[in-house]
Design a protein around this ligand. Structure first.
Ligand SMILES: [Zn+2]
Ligand SMILES: [Zn+2]
Length: 376
């Protein structure tokens, strides 16, 4: 399993950072899951080693533009490819209307099979029930679209035992309904002890794969081999937690215990915590606090204000510096125009995070790739 960060900037894409998007290569298959699709994501995919046609599931954490504006264009581009299976698109209620409206107004259509699954807001999301009802009442019947409500266990159950994984969503606190996605890999088979087999005087052969699969095998000479003697106990599958924008992700803590990876946003540094919370965002110390409570094995930070330059730029010559402009650009999320301090890099965020955790922690630049190790 491998995470590839396609866009790690908040609010808008810049010459140095794409808007939010993250890909997961799913183990044991060539399928790819995409989390968020900010403006320019399709270009980032083309610049990466990923094949867009292998994306089988798209998860939107919330409907802010910096996570969503790349979706219609990307879907239209996908239409020129032959896709091996139905593309599943998951996200908050309103996603269907966004997709249908942008496609209709731009006279676009999708040639591939897709299904839209909308998460109906729950009481934590703070959406007026009349608004939810009005949105649902407007929807016409379409077999490609369905909704899912929160289960009694506090999670949305989105995929079960697909690609050897199950996927859940949990509400987190931002300024609009926002979700964290939890990917739980099925348990892995135990390790095959080939040395023990050889010590028993048995030459490995094609029967080994049956033994590994848990089958009792009878050899030509009549010896009976039990998998219990040669295959170790099954190992826990990996658990990944990928959060959308948030200023409080404590809802995921019960479901994220001992997760292998926690991807947490980190829009501002610790000195700007008040501002971060005001806009529903987090700082390094807020992210590490959640990571500690989840007992996460590794913390990956993303969604940085454009104020913090990527570390990789420091080593590059001829970096294009943004010319100063008069006035403020319009912002999607009500943030200040804060990208004019060229001297601050994400190192500041990393240093602050390391002050409050001893866990492995990384700040992700675009195309940063993290391989999640399997249990030993
Ligand atoms: Zn955002
Ligand atoms: Zn947002």
């Amino acid at each position: 399993m491998e995470l590839i960060f396609l866009g790690t900037g908040s609010n808008n894409p810049s010459p140095h950072r794409g808007a939010s998007s993250l890909a997961l290569r799913v183990s044991g298959t060539s399928n790819i899951y995409l989390f968020d699709c900010g403006e320019g994501t399709q270009i980032q995919i083309q610049r990466s080693s990923l094949r867009a046609s292998r994306i089988t599931k798209i998860f939107l954490t919330h409907l802010h533009g910096d996570h969503l504006f790349g979706l219609p264009g990307f879907l239209c581009t996908l239409s020129s490819s032959v896709l091996p299976s139905t593309v599943m698109i998951y996200g908050p209620l309103g996603l269907r209307e966004f997709i249908e409206t942008t496609l209709r107004l731009s006279h676009s259509w999708l040639s591939f099979k897709y299904e839209i699954v909308e998460l109906i807001p729950n009481s934590y999301d703070g959406v007026d029930e009349n608004l939810i009802k009005a949105t649902l009442d407007k929807q016409t019947k379409d077999e490609r679209c369905r909704t899912v409500t929160i289960s009694e266990d506090g999670r949305y159950h989105l995929a079960s035992d697909e690609d050897n994984c199950s996927v859940y969503a949990v509400s987190i606190k931002h300024r609009v309904p926002t979700y964290g996605y939890i990917i739980v890999e099925n348990d892995l088979p135990g390790k095959f002890d080939i040395q023990k087999l050889q010590q028993s005087g048995i030459k490995p052969g094609p029967f080994c794969s049956r033994l590994k699969a848990g089958e009792t095998v009878t050899l030509d000479d009549g010896r009976v081999l039990s998998p219990l003697d040669y295959v170790g106990p099954s190992r826990s599958g990996r658990r990944l937690v990928i959060l959308g924008d948030c200023c409080d992700a404590s809802n995921v803590i019960p479901f994220a215990q001992n997760c292998d990876v926690l991807v947490h946003e980190c829009t501002h540094d610790n000195t700007l915590q008040e501002k971060a919370i005001e806009f529903g965002h987090s700082t390094p110390s807020m992210a590490t606090s959640i990571a500690e409570k989840c007992k996460a094995k590794c913390l990956l930070l993303n969604h940085f204000s454009q104020r913090y330059r990527p570390k990789s730029l420091e080593d590059k010559e001829n970096v294009v510096k943004k010319p100063k402009k008069e006035g403020n650009d319009k912002k999607e999320e009500g943030e200040e125009n804060d990208d004019d301090d060229d001297d601050v890099t994400v190192d500041l965020l990393l240093e602050q995070a390391k002050q409050s955790t001893s866990k492995p922690v990384f700040v992700a630049d675009d195309f940063f790739t993290y391989t999640i190790p399997t249990a030993k």
